[in-house]
Design a protein around this ligand. Sequence first.
Ligand code: P6P
Length: 329
Amino acid sequence: MEDSRIGLPIGTALDRFIKRFQDDFPYATGELSQLLRDIALAGKVVNREVNKAGLINLSGSIGADNIQGEDQQKLDVLANIRFIRAFTKGGEACAIISEEDENIIDLHNNGKYIIAIDPLDGSSNIDVNVSIGTIFSIYRRLSPVGSPVTSEDVLQPGINQVAAGYLLYGSSTILVYTTGNGVNGFTYDPTLGEYFLSHQDMTIPDLGKIYSINEAGSLDFPDPVNRYLQYCRENEHTARYIGSLVADFHRNLLKGGIYIYPSSPKYPQGKLRLMYECNALSFVVEQAGGKASTGNARIMEIVPADVHQRCPLYIGSRSMVEKAESFHQ
Ligand code: P6P
């Protein structure tokens, strides 16, 4: 079976890429492929709205907090609606876990897949034109198709993911995903309304010099974190922190680096969400040769107890994550 590490050239359209590698899975019946197309389509719509938010009064807050207690942005709500509508129409997903919804969205259909999604991460950056992103994770349901969705269906560890990835709405919009067979990136051409393969078989440098963390919290960081940061400062590292996880992650994926959001008194379990932020990016980074941990344990082996649970996140170049972990031992 040909894997995604060879085969289709740069410039291949996303649709052709998906079909090409679906054909390699004889048992594949096309639902996962269609799910990826649904995500790509919703991403086009969100991209359009993100790119003109200021012109159509879509910037700013709706004046209410979301279930996370965070000031909900108009585009958060819009993006959530777009992705849920795409999955509802597509019919491949039977349930959705969304950062914007307290409860699991049961679509009461014969879908085979569970989606965990952060429709628009980093939304506080929307008003200042900083890159933001969508993060998604896809699982196969464990209970029989057509039966009620169970808690076992939704509380699966990250190692059960069948696909995961992100959309980055930045200087250009890129869709990066894996189905467990390498990582590929597709840049969106809005003049053609299509994504084209631009980053083939992405691999993260094993070592980098970039560390991404909000150092303003250092007075409250666990001691091992501060000792690792001191190591970075003493070893010609450089700090880059956009405040938008997808943007920081993507830069580190390309250049090498580590992103850390540790536990703190304000966030005893860390700030980031296991199901729709940490697991998805962990699948991508592991497939690209990197590593993702809580500082002590592999992210993807955590068995969730709650769909919105948080966890500390150390993610990026393998040697850098292992170095940071060594300060915890
Ligand atoms: P802080 C955005 O709210 C987010 O979830 C990530 O995208 C980002 O990396 C992080 O939180 C920023 O958090 O506490 O540094 O502002």
